[in-house]
Design a protein around this ligand. Structure first.
Ligand code: SF4
Length: 708
């Protein structure tokens, strides 16, 4: 047994450091198994994929071995909430308990840091004339004198959605980089330097992929220097990655360029170029392009397999796109004449060239290896992306050797090497892949750990590993320690109409009213469409008996954070219980332990929406490979989404609850069995009477129910 295995095992044992220092910590077999697998991967290198069910304690299962190994590590999460939790709570607690001299840094996206250069220009912008803007800018300027990090989260009272936010933060497009007069004091650069000097850096997947795509966040410099990379909430990697690895052109980008050129031109080169004429033309052509995409209700995605997006008039679209190209060309000419005057113009010129190249790409036929579509709302976004991240990611995570010892001189070289991530992906020996080059300082294969509560619906976890190019990774499933057979029940009502029936949402709403009045709230309704969400929400808001004392919360009617807080408060102290009707983002990551949530109602089986261009293109590829688009693509997608939605119900050892799936296909169709198998094993309720009597038991004695 290696020393690391011994230390990890002791730390997680019943008389180990955690049991002695952390209140309520108890050894869990699943957690120890996962920690041992992580330890082995750290020692031998390679890729480990772990699906760890709710309650396993996966965070400690990877953090304990990683921290005890002393290896330099990058930990990436999908959400800011988990990123903050790891940096502010979990890692500091473990570092203290384990007594380790470890330096930890949090690296966020650049829009989270004050941009000193833009702040100094902000008073000249049109937005600064708005009521209250001067006072807010004065507050930011005062804070800028005192802040060490420049992290905008320190600045209370300024909302991320405020129009001032983009004026005092930077984007990749408008950052001047090393030409910036404030480069030395720049908070974005200082945060990256701090990350480079730390042993453990906490980032998020967006940042990770932003660097893979356009070397945006500082992760590119960091990655070659770390030996361990952990992706928590790994189930989101593919979707986030695809977004970043693709190419996008939006009317927002065009209008922002136009606005920035006008402001900079008038400030630094007034009279030298007709800035108004150039930017008016770009603005008008961008708006015309949006109009050429047609009128649609809400936000729609238009397929784009030939020269035009589907349903769009070529006689309007083609000249509109050509006008954008010409407007960009004229803008580039204007900017070239003043490019020497200030670095701002040089950067604006680069932006105009980049957008022009993208507009040119979208004027040609789509890449047959990828998928293209147009997203039309008030804005227009043109997107061409790979179907998954397999190619990019398998190149990145394939076995190469990495230095075990931090070499600061090498780090300085990496930081100035603009191609470092691409070089790493290509196995460039400068980045530790050459054993000869690193002999003497200790070498070892890089270790990649991927984990989440849901990574598939069968033991091989193909749903996750295939699109991520991790087909040769070691895979493991660690079951939840919860006793689902005792704690949870599944009910599939057979009296409801088929899911395609126009009256389906109304019948679901009636069932919810009956249950909610009985339970006094404590219910989460997850819908597969926004229309069903609105219909059910409206029904509850108008039909629920006021005497039931239940507050109806509907996604979109309050900020998500506020809805989650209110729901978790539940009933008591004069407050009513809650029913929350939600879609999309509430299917995962919404954690409500305790009796504030005892009933989860899912309106329909969550098959991907037909007509979604990305889903269709992926299905077509599966068919081309000789497999079944339904069984090998649509069904696993639905199974994983169902598992995630159902996962909201039981969040602790003492929770009790019922899952209702209002879709009879779960019991009448043969594929229903596969979907049920993907769920934890719950007691089945045989009919409506048993459903209601089970809910009644919750209201009398939540800790014991009769099983039939
Ligand atoms: S380098 Fe970029 S982010 Fe930093 S102060 Fe200058 S413009 Fe702002």
């Amino acid at each position: 047994m290696s020393l690391l295995v011994q230390r990890v095992s002791e730390t997680l044992s019943s008389n180990g450091a955690l049991a002695q220092a952390v209140a309520g910590f108890q050894p869990r077999a699943g957690q120890t198994d996962m920690a041992m697998a992580v330890t082995q991967t750290l020692e031998q290198g390679g890729q480990l994929v772990v699906e760890a069910g709710t309650g396993v304690g996966k965070t400690y299962a990877y953090l304990v071995p990683v921290l005890l190994s002393g290896q330099r590590a990058l930990v990436s999460t999908a959400t800011k909430a988990l990123q903050d939790q790891l940096f502010s709570r979990d890692i500091p607690r473990l570092v203290e308990v384990l007594g380790l001299p470890i330096r930890v840094a949090l690296l966020k996206g650049r829009s989270n840091y004050l941009c000193l250069h833009r702040m100094e220009q902000a008073r000249h912008s049109a937005e600064s004339a708005q009521p209250g803007a001067q006072r807010a800018l004065a507050k930011i300027e005062t804070w800028s004198q005192a802040t060490r990090t420049g992290d905008m989260a320190e600045l209370t009272g300024l909302d991320e959605r405020s129009s001032l936010w983009p004026l005092v933060t930077s984007t990749r497009d408008n950052c001047l980089g090393s030409s910036c007069p404030r480069y030395r004091a720049c908070h974005v650069n200082l945060a990256r330097k701090e990350a480079m000097a730390s042993d453990v850096v906490v980032i998020n997947h967006h940042l990770f992929f932003a660097d893979m795509a356009v070397r945006e966040s500082g992760v590119a410099e960091l990655l070659p220097t770390v030996r361990v990379t952990v992706f928590d909430e790994a189930h989101q990697l593919n979707e986030i990655g695809v977004n970043f690895l693709g190419k996008q052109l939006s009317t927002v980008q065009l209008l922002e360029l136009s606005r920035d050129v006008l402001a900079t031109g008038l400030q630094l080169a007034r009279g030298l170029v007709d800035w108004h004429a150039l930017t008016d033309r770009l603005e008008k052509s961008s708006r015309d392009l949006r109009l050429a995409a047609g009128m649609h209700r809400g936000s729609v995605r238009l397929r784009w397999t030939e020269t035009l997006p589907e349903g769009v008039e070529g006689s309007e679209w083609t000249p509109a796109l050509q006008n954008v190209l010409q407007a960009l060309a004229q803008l580039q000419n204007g900017l070239e004449t003043v490019a020497e005057l200030a670095p701002d113009f040089q950067r604006l010129l680069e932006r105009a060239c980049e957008l022009s190249q993208k507009a040119d790409l979208f004027s040609k036929v789509p890449d047959p290896e990828g998928v293209r579509w147009a997203e039309v709302s008030a804005q227009l976004r043109l997107i061409e992306s790979p179907l998954d991240i397999a190619q990019a990611f398998s190149a990145l995570t394939r076995p190469v050797q990495a230095p075990l010892v931090l070499d600061h001189e090498a780090l300085d070289d990496e930081a100035s090497d603009p191609e470092s991530i691409q070089a790493l992906m290509a196995g460039d020996p400068r980045h530790g892949s050459d054993p000869q080059a690193t002999q003497g300082s200790g070498v070892g294969q890089r270790a990649w750990i991927f984990t989440s509560a849901t990574l598939g619906d069968e033991p091989s976890l193909r749903w996750f590993t295939e699109p991520c190019g991790l087909t040769s990774a070691q895979v493991m499933q660690v079951s939840s320690p919860f006793d689902y057979a005792q704690q949870a029940a599944l009910y599939v009502p057979d009296h409801l109409p088929k899911p395609g029936d126009p009256g389906h949402a109304g019948h679901v709403a009636q069932l919810v009213v009956e249950a909610v009045e009985l339970l006094g709230g404590r219910t989460l309704v997850l819908t597969t469409t926004l229309n069903a969400m609105r219909a059910i929400g409206e029904y509850l808001q108008t039909r629920l008996d006021p005497a039931a004392n239940v507050e109806v919360l509907v996604q979109g009617q309050s900020p998500k954070r506020r809805l989650m807080e209110r729901f978790r408060e539940g009933a008591g102290d004069g407050r009513a219980g809650c029913v929350l009707v939600a879609s999309a983002s509430f299917w995962e990551g919404f954690d409500v332990p305790g009796d504030a949530l005892q009933l989860v109602v899912i309106d329909k089986l969550p098959f991907p929406p037909p007509g979604d261009p990305l889903f269709e293109a992926r299905s077509q590829r599966v068919t081309r490979e000789g497999r079944s688009a339904f069984a090998d693509h649509a069904l696993p997608e639905a199974a994983v989404a169902l598992k995630q939605g159902a996962g909201r119900l039981i969040r602790s050892e003492t929770d009790r609850g019922v899952l209702v799936v209002c879709d009879t296909r779960l019991t009448t169709m043969s594929y229903g069995r596969r979907l049920v198998r993907g769920l934890p094993e719950m007691r089945r309720l045989s009919g409506h009477a048993e459903f209601l009597s089970t809910l009644r038991q919750f209201t009398t004695d939540a800790t014991s129910w009769t099983t039939s």
